[in-house]
Design a protein around this ligand. Structure first.
Ligand code: G3D
Ligand code: MG
Length: 169
């Protein structure tokens, strides 16, 4: 008999780091050059076959545009079984911000697995965060995987979602 499991994960990170683009890339395999700021929360679903017996539906919660200013609502985090922390490799401040999201996560749902993502690797010449800084930051969280991605080219996007998904079953 096959089993279907459903789990919520949420993306956390400052405005414009690429949370929506990473979700779009993973779920629909597309990148939208035009940025449309949405209000509220978007929930996307993607099925991952873990084994012949187990399929995992991940419900990916993505935030609206103003999180940088208002902070994250606890209802956004509540019930999440995993989180993807996203920073923009061209903006070091977005890496520092992750501690703030981690505190909110720890208050709402402690000890869930976190995947740490440095996004926008395609902008190589503008990247200001190195691997060492990412790893140093990762040690402050319950990090299960660290990677650098490009939602634009698709580099490493699928593998990081899948690494987190495997932790959930
Ligand atoms: P957010 O959901 O975290 O707020 P978005 O971020 O996914 O809306 O992305 C913010 C901006 O960064 C968008 O550009 C988007 O196209 C761009 N972006 C996201 N990921 C990448 C990436 O991997 N590489 C590059 N080069 N750009 C990326 P605009 O200009 O529309 O604001
Ligand atoms: Mg967004």
């Amino acid at each position: 008999m096959s089993t279907l499991i459903q789990k919520k994960i949420c993306l956390l990170g400052d405005f414009s780091v690429g949370k929506t683009s990473l979700t779009e890339r993973f779920v629909y395999n597309r990148f939208s050059e035009r940025y449309i700021s949405t209000i509220g929360v978007k929930i996307s679903r993607k099925s991952i076959v873990i084994s012949p017996e187990v399929t995992l539906n991940i419900l990916i919660w993505d935030l609206a545009g103003s999180e940088e200013f208002t902070g994250v609502q606890s209802s956004y985090i509540q019930g999440a079984k995993g989180a993807i922390f996203v920073c923009d490799l061209t903006r070091p401040k977005t890496l520092e911000s992750l501690e703030k999201y981690n505190r909110q996560l720890e208050d709402a749902t402690p000890n869930i697995p976190i995947a740490l993502v440095g996004n926008k690797t395609d902008l190589a010449s503008e990247c200001k965060i190195d691997r060492y800084s990412l790893e140093k930051e990762a040690r402050k969280f319950n990090t299960i995987a660290i990677t650098t991605t490009s939602a634009k080219t698709g580099r490493n996007v699928e593998s990081i979602f899948e690494a987190l998904a495997k932790e959930l079953v």
